[in-house]
Design a protein around this ligand. Structure first.
Ligand SMILES: [Zn+2]
Length: 471
């Protein structure tokens, strides 16, 4: 069975052939650590986690290297540090902000069921690699120094007679149109308005490092060069898959590709470019001004991570995702059902129909349909069907708890004290035994008011038993 992936660069879905099946290498752009991640960031983390899991399934858990970077140098970080830690030296404040935010992000995406990537490099720990790439670009005539900045020239890239792709190929933009359409109030040190920053001088108090290319004042990197450097360090000059949200295609990925290909005189940076679609909320663009901006952390206060994860996977990763409260509630009900059927089963092998769906460009929407079929087979079948269903769910990152833990978490979240409920049910049983139906009805109503639904039945010896669940 072929694994087929859609490549943004060539706009085609084709069989995935790793450069080295013993070490399949993927890179996904990670967070800029200055604030809580929003659920759009959560979508990207989950999509590339599913890809990581699928590659591990196909090639072996130790044969896949997944790099997700951390951008810990950025203007937004500096602003946040100055605001949150007044009076603390800026560099120390920046470290506090990036450490805190990085930990929050880790905790959030772990709660969403994402495996830890193999490497999570920090930009500030890769300054020598950035300087080395910048030096190569200047030496090759693709970049130049102006007023203590180093700028990359897309024009120079496109004029070079070489194996490198054309600038604009990834985002399907024409450089001539970009030049014509660019704003006029462009920085005076740029030769062309499309030139972008590889390195710039630091302002007083900002983080700074020795500059490349003979620049005497200290400076700091531009955003795009960070990823070229980290990918090179951990995955080499060429690797298999580069991913991120669709909003990163231009300019970030276009520029990463340009830098890496020009530095190494290479025809490609990654064999496959993968991008997940936008996420909107109740059919509207998510924005702070519309008041519909959700962080992962806020949603985790109301829902377990697996509910959020399932809500993401119901839509194909390349399609826009419409996040709705109703959809999340449905996911919660689905997971209650799946947990009851499969959480305590001994997982065997995931179903081949589900693997087939995932191998078709991570078609998780189709995988969901397969899972519903497996669920029905498991509900009416035996250990074999339940084992296959459980293994299929686990491959996608579900069933991280036992059935009892899942139920207990829900009771805890709802504020219901299980012991108190059990006591009331025992009191009600005693009332029924002495035929005090007024009292037993009163207790049933009290439980209903707490949000507890009870069900009376008989055990195999014919004795009455009462079970309960959160309504
Ligand atoms: Zn990046």
């Amino acid at each position: 069975m072929d694994l087929r992936l859609y490549d943004t660069l060539t706009k085609e879905k084709r069989p995935f052939v790793p450069l080295d099946a013993g070490n399949v290498r993927m890179y996904a752009c990670g967070p800029t650590v200055y604030d809580f991640a929003h659920i759009g960031n959560g979508r990207a983390a989950i999509v590339f986690d599913v890809l990581f899991r699928v590659l591990r399934h196909r090639y072996g858990a130790d044969q896949v290297t997944y790099v997700r970077n951390i951008t810990d140098v950025d203007d937004k970080i500096n602003v946040r540090a100055a605001r949150d830690y007044p009076g603390v030296p800026l560099n120390e404040a920046i470290r506090k902000v990036t450490e805190e935010t990085y930990q929050q992000y880790q905790d959030d995406v772990t709660a969403l069921g994402c495996l830890a990537p193999t490497v999570q490099p920090r930009a500030t720990e890769h300054i020598p690699e950035m300087r080395a790439i910048i030096e190569k670009l200047v030496a090759g005539g693709f970049a130049y120094v102006a007023e203590d900045h180093v700028l990359f020239s897309p024009q120079a890239m496109n004029e070079a007679n070489s194996v490198m792709p054309r600038y604009g190929a990834l985002s399907k933009r024409s450089l001539d149109e970009m030049i014509a359409g660019a704003r006029v109030d462009v920085a005076p040190y740029k030769r062309d308005n499309t030139d972008f920053v590889l390195w710039k001088p630091s302002k007083p108090g900002e983080p700074s490092w020795p500059s490349p290319s003979g620049i005497e004042v200290e400076g700091r990197p531009g955003w795009h060069i960070e990823c070229s450097a980290m990918a090179w360090k951990h995955l080499g000059e060429k690797f298999d898959i580069h991913g991120g949200g669709i909003d990163l295609v231009f300019p970030h990925h276009e520029n990463e590709l340009a830098q890496t290909c020009c530095a190494f005189h290479s025809d490609r940076m990654a064999n496959v470019w993968m991008h997940n679609g936008f996420l909107q909320i109740e059919s509207e663009k998510m924005s702070k001004s519309l008041g519909n901006f959700f962080t992962i952390r806020e949603l985790l206060a109301d829902w377990p991570g697996e509910v959020l994860r399932l809500s993401m996977l119901k839509t194909h990763y390349r399609s826009p995702l419409d996040w709705t409260a109703k959809g999340v509630e449905e996911s919660a009900k689905t997971l209650d059902d799946w947990y009851a059927i499969a959480a305590d089963a001994v997982a065997t092998e995931p179903s081949s129909a589900m693997i087939e769906a995932l191998y078709d460009d991570l078609n998780t929407a189709l995988a969901m349909a397969v899972l519903h079929g497996l669920r029905n087979a498991a509900a009416s079948g035996g250990a074999r069907e339940r084992g296959e269903f459980a293994a299929s769910l686990r491959l996608l990152g579900f069933l991280s708890m036992s059935a009892a833990e899942w139920k207990g978490r829900k009771q805890q979240a709802s504020g219901i004290d299980a012991q108190h409920v059990d006591r009331l049910i025992a009191d009600r049983a005693a009332a029924r035994a002495r035929k005090d139906f007024k009292e037993s009805d009163r207790i049933r109503d009290e439980l209903a008011a707490m949000g507890v639904a009870i069900k009376d039945s008989k055990d195999k010896d014919g004795k009455p038993v009462t079970t309960w669940e959160i309504a």
